[in-house]
Design a protein around this ligand. Structure first.
Ligand code: URA
Length: 201
């Protein structure tokens, strides 16, 4: 069973080792491990939940609809995506079949726990100054199960990792908004949280 190599010095080394990870059951139904990517020594790391359908097929984080929305929000917050490192709390796609579609399913606590050594190893190599936690899964993976994004988003907080974090919503939640008005409000709040992160760098 793959584990992060002890003294990894590059993301490439970690990515190679994670490709054969079977630390939880998710590898069996996923196309591939979707490891983090971006600037190797980025000051800002973004952590999402898990790869979606497109990410699973392409092998890259945040390349589907949520990724496109994230890119727009980063632009608005004057954060250059090429200068950040983007990853997920869980690195395999969890899904169930509905007809021809593969529907996203939230990873469970055991799956998040099994994947945590990879996130810790990425943080060790990248050494970001600040981590943005996108949504409840990432936020609780780092801050603990009692953490509430709705109450503590947009604040620079100390974390058990010894690195400051800013929690915010997951971009998919904005895509799921039921009307234009609530979508626009959610997007503004997301951009405001990202601006807090940009200011801290
Ligand atoms: N949602 C995530 O949390 N991560 C991705 O990479 C894509 C969608």
């Amino acid at each position: 069973m793959a584990q992060p190599p002890e003294r990894a010095t590059s993301v490439a080394q970690l990515k190679e080792a994670a490709a054969s990870c079977q630390a939880c059951d998710l590898w069996a139904n996923a196309t591939q491990t979707v490891f983090g990517e971006g600037a190797e020594h980025a000051r800002l790391m973004l952590v999402g939940e898990q790869p979606g359908d497109q990410e699973d097929l392409q092998g890259k984080p945040f390349v589907g609809p949520a990724g496109q929305l994230l890119e727009r929000a980063l632009d608005e917050a004057l954060i250059d995506r090429r200068r950040v490192y983007v990853t997920n709390a869980v690195k395999h796609f969890r899904w169930t079949r509905r007809g021809k579609r593969r529907l996203h399913e939230k990873p469970n606590a055991g799956q998040v726990r099994a994947c945590r050594p990879w996130l810790e190893a990425e943080i060790e190599v990248v050494k970001p100054r600040l981590i943005v936690l996108l949504g409840a899964t990432a936020a609780q993976a780092v801050m603990g199960p009692a953490f509430r994004v709705s109450k503590q988003h947009g604040e620079v907080l100390p974390s058990p990792l010894g690195i400051a974090v800013v929690a915010t919503v997951h971009p998919s939640s904005i895509l799921r908004a039921t009307d234009d008005e609530s979508r626009a409000a959610a997007m503004s709040s997301f951009i405001a949280d990202l601006r807090v992160a940009a200011k801290h760098l």
